[in-house]
Design a protein around this ligand. Structure first.
Ligand code: ADP
Ligand code: MG
Length: 871
C-alpha cells in the first residue's frame, strides 16, 4: 500500500509521465493488484484493489496530464480513506528516493497480548473499539520507488510475498462485547431464527440441543479459500478464490439430459469458466455483469483451467462460503452444508459474544489466550490459520485445565486428611509370600515394597499401579490388603464388573482365608438374605477384606476401620465414587481419615504421559511378566475365513484346552451385544460345535446365571465360552488358550489387547484370532500391530499414533472426561500450562470459592459429572 502510494506520489511529482516506475505504471499495477488481492484483509481493501486495477490498467492510454492527474488523485484519495480505516502510519515522504529505505531496526515484535493501552471502558451496551495494533514488523519493502532504477518485476514479486497480512488479523476485543447470558445459551436451539422443530431434531442428532451445545459443535475441518488469485495466475489443483465480473451465463444439457450451468467470469487479468450441475436455477441467480466471488479447487478440462461446482457469493455479501477459511461441519441427512453454515453464522454472531468465560482473567492474560467468546467465534469462522490455531488452543486449554483441576482436586481431597499408618514386619510379610503358589517377579516385589512404604506413612497413599494384562496386578493387591489387615485395618477391593468381582473373590478367598483373614463379596446382586451378616461383619470389623463392585460404596455400607481401598481396572470410577469411597474411611467430618488408595490399571499409558496427566500422582509400573509366559500367537482373518477359526477351536478343545468366542459390538449397548451373542450361541452350539460344551455370558444375564456360567468355564465344565465384552477385563482362566474376536476391525488396539489378555495365562501356547468384517486401511494397520507384538506399552504408543489420544483416552477406557479438542499427545505444551495454572489456582483458592472462580467451579463440576455418568 505504501509502495503504491509512493509510486503515485512520485508519478505526480514527475508530472504524470508514466515514468515513476520503469516498465510503466501499468505493469506495476498488474503486479501490485495481484499482491493486493492476495493480501486484502477486508472487502474495502479488495474494492480498492479493483479500483487501482481499473484505473491503472488504462493509465498509459490516458492522454493528457489532466486525465492522468484525476486518475492518480482518485487513487490517492482511496488510499487515504483506507488509512483512516486502518489508522495506518503515514508513508515515508516520497521524494527524492535517494537511498534504499533502510530496513527497520530488528526490534522484537511485541507478543500479540502485549497490547497498547486498552480502550477506555465502554458502556456495557456499546461494543468497545477494538484496540488497533501496530502493524507487525514485516520484511522491508525495498523495491518501492527504487524500482525506478531496477524494475525487475520477477524479483519484486518474490520479495513482496511475505505471508503476513499488513494488519494483524486477530483483533480480539479486550472485553466481551455483550453481557454473558448463560440462561440464554441454555435455551433450546428452536429459539434460534430459522431453526424449527425439524432442523432442531437434526441438530440434536449431531449432539446439539441447546444453543450452548450448538456453539460447541465444531467444524470437522476447514476449506481455506483465503488465497486470492488473479485469474491469469490460476494454477491447477490450487484451492483459491477469484473475484470478477460475470460475462456470460448459459445453460445446456448433458447427453443424459442433466442441466449444466456454465458461467464465464473475468477479473481484468483473464477469464475462467465455472460449471455447476443440476442447479438450473443458477441461470437466473448469476446474471451477466454481476460481481461474483468464486472459491474452489482449480480443475482442468481439455487443457483449460476451470472450476467445477465452486462455492460462490455475490461480492457485496459478507463472506461465508468464499474468500475465507470456510468451516465444514458434520452433517446429517436433511441438513446440508449451506443451511448448517447459515445457522452457525447466525448463532455464532449472536451468541458467542454472550458466552460466559470461566477462565480467570489473570490466567488468560498470562497465557495469552483468547477469550471464550472470541475463541468460539474464531473456531467456527476463523479469520486466518493463526487465529484458528489460537482458538483451538484456547478451547483445548479449557479441557486440559478442567482435567487438571479435577485430578489435582482429587489428589488434594485425598491428601487433605491423614491416613492410618499401617505397617507389618518383614516376617509377617514373608508369611504371605510363603503361602503363594509361585515366587513374585522382581517387578511385583518392587511394587509391593513401594506400597508397603506408603502404607507405613500417616499420609494417605495415592498410587496408580500400571501393568499390562497378565502382569500379575491381583497378587500385588492381595499383598497390600494383607498388610492392611494384619496391621489392624480393613481393606476393600472394588472391581468394575460383577464377573470380575466374583473372580477376585474366588481367587483371593482361596489365598487369604488360610492366612486367617475373613473375605466377603458384596455386589448389587448379593441376595438380600446374605447382606445383613456381611454388612454387620464390615461394621464390626470381623470381616477383614471386602471385595465387590460399586455396591461397596453404597450408603448402607460402613466399615469399622477401612484403611486401604483398591480400585481395579480404574476406568468407570468417577469423582463421586472416589469421594464416596473416601467417606468410608475411619471417622467422618473434620478429623476424618483417608484410606490409602491404590488404583490399578491395565491401560498402559506411556509413562511420560501418565506423569504429565496425573501430575505428581505416585506411579508404580509392573514392567515384567510372570515367568513362563508365552507369546500369544495372533492372526487376523477375514470374515470369509471364519471356518478356519472354528476348526482351530475344535482342535484345541479336543486337546483339552478351552476357548472364548467374543461378540462385542461397537455401541456400548448391552442389549444389542447380548442379542448378537445369544443368536450366535444358538448357531454355534447346534451347527458349529454340536459335540462341545458351550457356555454363554452377557451383560443381560441375571447375575447368578452369569456367575454360574463363569464358574462352569473356570471349572472346565464347558469348553467354549461365548461372550460379549463383559469379559473384557480381568477374567482369568488359565486353561483357555484360544480367543476368537468377532468384528475385530471395529475396536481399538487397547481394547483388543485387553481381550487377548484373557488367554496366555497358563503354561500352554495360546492364540488370538481376530475376525474382521470390513478392513479399512487403518483397521488393517491395527490388526497388523496386534499380530506383531504382545507388548501393551508398544501397542499403546501405536494406538495413540493411529487413533489419536481422543479415542485412546476415551472416557470408557480411562474414567477421564472426554476430550473433544485437546490431545494429550500433541498438546503437551498446553497440558503443561494447564497443569501449572491448576496448581497455582488451588494454591490461591483451594476450594475455588472466590466469586471470580464461581463460574469455573461450576464448569469443573459439570465437566467431571459428565465423565462419571456418560450417557
Ligand atoms: P492382571 O495384571 O492382568 O490383573 P492377574 O493378576 O490376573 O493379571 O495375573 C495373571 C495370571 O498370572 C494369574 O493367573 C496369576 O495367578 C498369575 N501370576 C501372577 N503373578 C505371578 C508370578 N509371579 N508367577 C507366576 N504366575 C503369576
Ligand atoms: Mg486384573
Amino acid at each position: 500500500m505504501k509502495r503504491l502510494e509512493r509510486v503515485l506520489e512520485l508519478e505526480k511529482q514527475q508530472g504524470y509521465q508514466n515514468k515513476a516506475v520503469v516498465g510503466g505504471i501499468r505493469q506495476f499495477a498488474v503486479f501490485w493488484v495481484t499482491q493486493a488481492r492476495e493480501e486484502a484483509v477486508d472487502e474495502a481493501d479488495l474494492g480498492l484493489a479493483e479500483q487501482v486495477s481499473d484505473v491503472l490498467m488504462e493509465y498509459n492510454r490516458l492522454s493528457g496530464a489532466e486525465a492522468r492527474a484525476r486518475a492518480i488523485d482518485s487513487l490517492l484519495a482511496g488510499i487515504q480513506r483506507r488509512r483512516a480505516r486502518h489508522l495506518e502510519a503515514p508513508p515515508v515522504p516520497a521524494a527524492p528516493p535517494a537511498k534504499p529505505t533502510p530496513p527497520p531496526a530488528a526490534k522484537p515484535t511485541p507478543p500479540p497480548a502485549a497490547k497498547p493501552a486498552p480502550p477506555p471502558p465502554a458502556k456495557a451496551t456499546l461494543p468497545p473499539v477494538a484496540p488497533v495494533e501496530p502493524a507487525p514488523a514485516r520484511p522491508p519493502v525495498t523495491a518501492t520507488v527504487e524500482a525506478a532504477a531496477e524494475p525487475e518485476l520477477e524479483e519484486v514479486e518474490e520479495e513482496a510475498a511475505p505471508p503476513l497480512p499488513e494488519v494483524d488479523e486477530a483483533h480480539e476485543p479486550d472485553r466481551p462485547p455483550l453481557e454473558p447470558d448463560p440462561r440464554g445459551l441454555a435455551q433450546r436451539v428452536t429459539m434460534l431464527k430459522g431453526v424449527g422443530p425439524k432442523i432442531a431434531e437434526k441438530l440434536e442428532r449431531l449432539g446439539a440441543s441447546t444453543i450452548w451445545e450448538l456453539l460447541h459443535l465444531f467444524p470437522r475441518r476447514y476449506d481455506d479459500y483465503t488465497l486470492l488469485r488473479p485469474i491469469s495466475k490460476l494454477r491447477y489443483g490450487e484451492q483459491v478464490t477469484v473475484i470478477g465480473t460475470i460475462w456470460q451465463t448459459r445453460s445446456r444439457r448433458t447427453r443424459t439430459n442433466q442441466p449444466i450451468i456454465e458461467c464465464i467470469v473475468n477479473d481484468g487479468t483473464g477469464t475462467v469458466q465455472a460449471t455447476w450441475f443440476n442447479q438450473p436455477w443458477l441461470l437466473d441467480q448469476l446474471p451477466a455483469g454481476m460481481q461474483i466471488v468464486l472459491s474452489g479447487k482449480v480443475e482442468m478440462y481439455l487443457g483449460r483451467l476451470l472450476f467445477n461446482s465452486p462455492e460462490w457469493e455475490p461480492v457485496e455479501l459478507e463472506p461465508l462460503r468464499t474468500r475465507r477459511i470456510v468451516p465444514i461441519y458434520p452433517l446429517t441427512e436433511g441438513l446440508n452444508a449451506a443451511k448448517m453454515r447459515e445457522i452457525m453464522q447466525r448463532t455464532v454472531k449472536e451468541w458467542a459474544p454472550r458466552a460466559p468465560d470461566p477462565l480467570p482473567a489473570p490466567i488468560r492474560k498470562r497465557r495469552e489466550l483468547y477469550s471464550l467468546p472470541f475463541a468460539l467465534q474464531q473456531m467456527h469462522f476463523p479469520d486466518s490459520q493463526e487465529a484458528m490455531r489460537r482458538a483451538r488452543q484456547r478451547l483445548a486449554f479449557d479441557e486440559l485445565f478442567l482435567l487438571q483441576l479435577g485430578v489435582q482436586r482429587q489428589r488434594r481431597d485425598w491428601l487433605a486428611h491423614p491416613g492410618l499408618p499401617l505397617a507389618i514386619s518383614d516376617e509377617q510379610y514373608a508369611a504371605f509370600t510363603d503361602a503363594l503358589p509361585y515366587q513374585l517377579t522382581a517387578a511385583q516385589q518392587r511394587v509391593v515394597e513401594e506400597i508397603r512404604a506408603d502404607l507405613a506413612q500417616s499420609r494417605p497413599m495415592n498410587r496408580l499401579l500400571q501393568g499390562d494384562v497378565g502382569s500379575g496386578k491381583t497378587v500385588v493387591a492381595a499383598a497390600a490388603m494383607v498388610a492392611a489387615a494384619w496391621a489392624g485395618a480393613q481393606a476393600a477391593l472394588m472391581a468394575p464388573t460383577e464377573i470380575l468381582a466374583e473372580q477376585h473373590y474366588r481367587g483371593l478367598r482361596r489365598l487369604l482365608e488360610p492366612l486367617g483373614l475373613r473375605v466377603a463379596l458384596l455386589t448389587g446382586n448379593t441376595p438380600a438374605a446374605e447382606r445383613p451378616p456381611i454388612l454387620a461383619g464390615l461394621a464390626d470389623g470381623s470381616i477383614h477384606i471386602a471385595i465387590g463392585t460399586h455396591a461397596l460404596i453404597q450408603p448402607a455400607v460402613t466399615f469399622k476401620q477401612l484403611g486401604m481401598a483398591i480400585v481395579d481396572e480404574q476406568h468407570r470410577f468417577g469423582v463421586d465414587q472416589r469421594a464416596a469411597l473416601r467417606e468410608k474411611g475411619p471417622r467422618a467430618g473434620e478429623d476424618a481419615i483417608s484410606p490409602h488408595l491404590l488404583i490399578m490399571s491395565a491401560t498402559p499409558i506411556p509413562r511420560t504421559l501418565a506423569l504429565s496427566l496425573y501430575g505428581d500422582l505416585d506411579l508404580s509400573v509392573l514392567d515384567e511378566m510372570p515367568p513362563g509366559r508365552q507369546e500369544i500367537k495372533t492372526r487376523w482373518l477375514r470374515a470369509s475365513e471364519r471356518e478356519r477359526a472354528y476348526s482351530f477351536v475344535r482342535r484345541q478343545t479336543a486337546e483339552g484346552r478351552q476357548a472364548y468366542i467374543i461378540y462385542p459390538l461397537v455401541e456400548e449397548s448391552d442389549t444389542i451385544d447380548a442379542r448378537a451373542a445369544v443368536e450366535e450361541f444358538g448357531r454355534l452350539s447346534t451347527q458349529v460345535f454340536p459335540d462341545r460344551r458351550l457356555g454363554l455370558v452377557h451383560g443381560r444375564l441375571r447375575s447368578d446365571d452369569k456367575e454360574s456360567a463363569m464358574r462352569a468355564f473356570a471349572g472346565h465344565e464347558t469348553d467354549v465360552l461365548v461372550a460379549t465384552s463383559v469379559i473384557e477385563v480381568g477374567v482369568d482362566v488359565p486353561n483357555s488358550t484360544v480367543i476368537v474376536i468377532e468384528g475385530a476391525d471395529r475396536f481399538g488396539l487397547a481394547q483388543l489387547h485387553q481381550f487377548r489378555g484373557r488367554v496366555g495365562r497358563g503354561e500352554h501356547q495360546s492364540y488370538c484370532i481376530l475376525i474382521a468384517e470390513d478392513v479399512s486401511n487403518e483397521a488393517e494397520q491395527r490388526l497388523a500391530a496386534l499380530e506383531a507384538t504382545n507388548d501393551g506399552f508398544v501397542l499403546a504408543e501405536r494406538d495413540l499414533e493411529l487413533r489419536g489420544p481422543g479415542e485412546f483416552f476415551g472416557r470408557r477406557q480411562s474414567g477421564l472426561p472426554e476430550l473433544r479438542l485437546a490431545s494429550l499427545l500433541h498438546d503437551v505444551a498446553v497440558l503443561k500450562m494447564a497443569q501449572e495454572e491448576a496448581a497455582a489456582l488451588f494454591a490461591a483458592d483451594p476450594q475455588l470459592e472466590q466469586p471470580e472462580h464461581r463460574l469455573l467451579r461450576q464448569r469443573l463440576d459439570a465437566f467431571w459429572a459428565e465423565a462419571a455418568d456418560p450417557s
